[in-house]
Design a protein around this ligand. Structure first.
Ligand code: UDP
Length: 461
């Protein structure tokens, strides 16, 4: 039976587009494929313009409801340099009473809570209110394994991970190169390292030992990719793309939070120009601090004038390129037939959007688990090129950028990767079909929740 219409599930999303989007996609999948009632609870300090736009898009009629919790004020708990992961954890912690009362006040108590990685502290609320609890990780199995195993690594390894001479060994999967660890593992002295360590599935399941880590049931339900929403047909962007030859444009974007240094922006502009390829580039002013500066600050203090680009760049590239300030309708751009390649930060939502749009990638990881994703794309599946240096460590020079863009867009190498991506997409889509592996996994999960609900009702009755 694929209908679970008696079930009500609450999905808890931490702030940020990269978290909100997969929460909404999961909600839609539960509703559309399995008839589940879903309430998405969004924790936030303030809703950014792209977030509020996204929330206006109609979700699955009747079955999905989005509740924006009242914004929490964390200004007294953080300083401007507090890192993103630590801020997210503090925000959710502050919002716990709001989450609890929102759930307690619901006419129909959810049967289960599905929380994202930063919302794991809601486990206590789930226990108190008698709901099943699950953790939602919209990223790779490799990332999940590293996250689960982080506690063990913390016990066994001394010193900084990034200084380890050998890759970090994790049972059952490829070792992780020290420089590829997720952002909160980069510096073990930072608050966000402790926050991250305390936030993995073992803490959510109240299990301690490695044995139980391995025994946590995992339901692989991906890939969860957002649908391409229609955009205004008369937009300049789509008009421009319509006039370009098929697969001739490279899309350049660094995700919801990514920002480059002033020097890197200059090199990138020159690299694109020298490559003589067509491009659409989502431009943001240079970072004043770290590479994820835009995460909590999307377009609030930027008037859109790209006055930080090399002199004459805009004029010289006016027939080849299009600049979009701050935020672009990425999923639509990627799926346009004129786009043939992607220079990307390799966030996981983005990666899925890229693969399902048949696009090979120039991997430019910046923060979160993006280095891990980039390594996976370049070395494991062979659909990405990478600069010789890590863009967070060194500036990638214009000559190398020119060559990467040409290799991706003009050379056979790019075409071979493009063909590979197309095959990957087909197998991913197979998994999602009714009866496919991801679909079955979801049914298995929902059956568990339904059986638990039945037992609870039996107890009450
Ligand atoms: N996105 C977008 N326009 C932009 C930048 C990002 O629509 O200008 C979307 C992108 O399509 C993706 C999400 O924001 O769905 C970003 O999530 P991802 O997991 O790729 O990484 P993040 O950037 O949040 O780390």
């Amino acid at each position: 039976d694929t209908s679970f219409k008696n079930l009500h599930v609450a999905i808890l999303s931490s702030p940020g587009m990269g978290h909100l989007i997969p929460a909404l996609v999961l909600a839609n999948r539960l509703a559309a494929q399995h008839s589940v009632n879903v309430t998405v609870l969004l924790v936030t300090t303030a809703v950014s313009p792209p977030e509020s736009k996204l929330l206006q898009i109609p979700l699955h009629r009747d079955l999905v409801r989005v509740v924006e919790l009242p914004p929490v004020d964390i200004s007294h708990l953080v300083v401007p340099t507090t890192q993103v992961v630590a801020q997210l954890c503090v925000m959710v912690r502050e919002a716990l009473p709001l989450i609890r009362s929102a759930i307690a006040a619901m006419d129909r108590r959810p049967d289960a809570v599905i929380a994202d990685l930063f919302c794991t502290e809601t486990a206590a609320i789930a226990a108190e209110l008698g709901m099943a609890k699950y953790l939602y990780v919209p990223s790779t199995a490799w990332f999940t394994a590293l996250t689960v195993y982080c506690q063990v690594l913390d016990r066994e390894i001394e010193g900084q991970y990034v200084d380890q001479p050998e890759p970090l060994k994790i049972p059952g999967c490829k070792p992780v190169r020290p420089e590829d660890v997720v952002e909160p593992m980069l510096d073990r002295n930072e608050l966000q390292h402790d926050e991250f360590g305390a936030r993995n599935p073992t803490s959510f399941q109240e299990n301690e030992t490695l044995r139980s880590i391995i025994e946590i049931p995992v339901y692989p339900i991906g890939p969860l990719r957002r649908p391409v929403e229609p955009v205004d047909v008369k937009s300049d962007l789509l008009g421009w793309l319509d006039r370009q030859p098929n697969e001739s444009v490279i899309f350049v974007s660094f995700g919801s939070g990514g920002v480059l240094s002033a020097e890197q922006i200059t090199e990138l502009a020159w690299g694109l120009e020298l490559s003589q390829q067509r491009f659409v580039w989502v431009v943001r002013p240079p970072t004043k601090g770290s590479v994820d500066d835009a995460f909590f600050n999307l377009g609030t203090d930027f008037d859109g004038t790209p006055n930080y680009l090399p002199e004459g760049f805009i004029k010289r590239t006016q027939n080849k390129g299009l600049l979009i300030p701050m935020w672009a309708p990425q999923a639509q751009i990627l799926s346009h037939q004129a786009v043939g390649g992607f220079m990307s930060h390799c966030g996981w939502n983005t990666t899925l959007e890229s693969i399902t749009s048949d696009l090979p990638i120039i991997a430019w990881p910046l923060y979160a688990e993006q280095r891990l994703n980039a390594t996976f794309l370049a070395e494991e599946v062979g659909v990405a090129l990478r600069p010789r240096v890590l863009p967070t460590k060194e500036v990638v020079k214009r000559e190398e950028i020119e060559s990467l863009v040409r290799r991706l867009m003009e050379h056979k190498e790019g075409q071979v990767m493009r063909d590979k991506v197309k095959k990957m997409k087909i197998s991913a889509m197979e998994g999602l079909k009714n009866g496919g592996p991801s679909y079955k996994s979801m049914c298995e999960l929902l059956s568990k929740i339904a059986v638990r609900k039945g037992n609870m009702n039996g107890l009450v009755g």
